[in-house]
Design a protein around this ligand. Sequence first.
Ligand SMILES: *Cc1c(COP(=O)(O)O)cnc(C)c1O
Length: 433
Amino acid sequence: MSFYSTNQQTPHVSLREAVTKGLADDNGLFMPLQIPELPHSYFEVIQEKSLPEIALDVSATLLRGQIERGVLQEIVEESLNFPIPVVPVHGRIHTLELFHGPTSAFKDVGARFMARLLAYFVKDSDKELTILVATSGDTGSAVANGFLGVPGINVVILYPHGKVSDIQEKQLTTLGQNITALEIDGTFDDCQRLVKQAFLDQELNQRMQLTSANSINIARLIPQSFYYFHAYAQVKHLSERVIFATPSGNFGNLTGGLLAKRMGLPVAKFIAATNINDIVPEFLTSGNFNPRASTQTISNAMDVGNPSNFVRLMELYNQNGDAMREDVIGYRFTDEQTKMLMREVYENHGYILDPHGAIGYGAIRDYLAMEPDAIGIFLETAHPAKFIDVVEEVIGQKVTIPENLQAVMQKTKQSTRMSHDYNDLKTWLLARA
Ligand SMILES: *Cc1c(COP(=O)(O)O)cnc(C)c1O
């Protein structure tokens, strides 16, 4: 099993190369050349397996021949050392709580797995590796946490000034050690563009070994399929039709779900749920993919105007939009609607949603109205305390801050302010090469 680039202009590569490069030389994204299916019998016993056991079975099947099972086992056990429970909200609606990791967002899953895989692949190298990561809020801290203190690896985080929450900013800027935060005068799209440009800059790449940790890295994508299997295992006794709603921005999380389906997971439907940055829902209804500048919303981690993983979605469906429409339906919600959903769910059911999860909730609620026998799971992608200002204002209640977030709030921010001009980033990086 090897990996190809979605642009088809480079030779196939090993897992090691795909993970250390991040982006292919032709600027495409890596995809597995074959996607093997787990046998049907696997899904008859899946409820007896733990999350790390499922993760090992799935990853060993997909990555056959690329890494030893024993190494993989250690990596999944260390990466998934926190629970990912399915919690009933009301009626047929459940939530998959993905926020019990160290940075309280779902990105911990992908980031921890990737960090360990990468550390394994570079452990014998004498070259320092620099990881560039653009973040709309949660990626940066999850990735940085995953790599904190790993010898031979430096992490440089680019985040948009003024566009992440206070807690998120503290999480990005207070780690120290091998982690540096750059505060960019621009949007998340600017940060992402700067990172992509750096990877394509030959001069820079000769001077330093750069890699990516965004959801474009295949090692972040693969583990994001694990918890769909785990969630299915927890609810399969309730209905034959299981539906997932995934709050989406760059669409790595949803791609993880669709990868799970390709590997045999019997999911009836996936919902691509977005805020008003609804490029993919629009594609699903109109057939037109129109990337545009992102608009700021209260679900800021989904303020993405040009979702990178769209090309992977298209690859999974052999460039056939109609085939994708059989599996995926899009929903979008404005900030006002999102707030109403948060208020409603808190007042009627006592569950506190964060703004991202609220969009998943709204989508599954509206969709289930058309499917009386199905069970719905929306992914709760962050702990509500990460967005405490808006959450407390909307529900009129104090939110309890988990200990890991309280600790980070006490620390002092350390960041370097920078323009969104690529030359400034390049000069800064070269000075450190
Ligand atoms: C990153 C993020 C998302 C979007 O996930 P994608 O994989 O980029 O679609 C949703 N919610 C939260 C809280 C996030 O941090």
